[in-house]
Design a protein around this ligand. Structure first.
Ligand SMILES: [Zn+2]
Length: 92
């Protein structure tokens, strides 16, 4: 995994949180046009639109493909677990 600053100012299209950094699943890569973004706060899937410098919702076809992708499933599971642990810590 490789971390970098966001390529442009962006907010999650679903929860509205500012997303100011990226963690790539491939070493040495930065977001490119058409790459998938997964919000660390709410788990929303979005697509990088570098032409309009924004995150857009996946098309119906992209959503269907992403739902079959094991990397996406693992990332969503990691977010769910991290949020559960965070909730557990805040209850102590
Ligand atoms: Zn979000």
């Amino acid at each position: 995994m490789d971390q970098s600053r966001a390529p442009f100012k962006m907010n999650c299209r679903k929860c509205g949180k500012l997303l100011d950094g990226n963690t790539s699943m491939e070493k040495g890569t930065r977001p490119r046009h058409g790459d998938v973004s997964l919000c660390i706060y709410c788990g929303a899937l979005s697509i990088f639109d570098m032409n309009k410098q924004r995150l857009r919702p996946p098309t119906q076809w992209e959503q269907a493909e992403l739902s079959k992708n094991p990397d996406v499933a693992r990332a969503l599971a990691a977010i769910t677990i991290a949020k559960a642990k965070q909730g557990y810590k805040s209850q102590k």
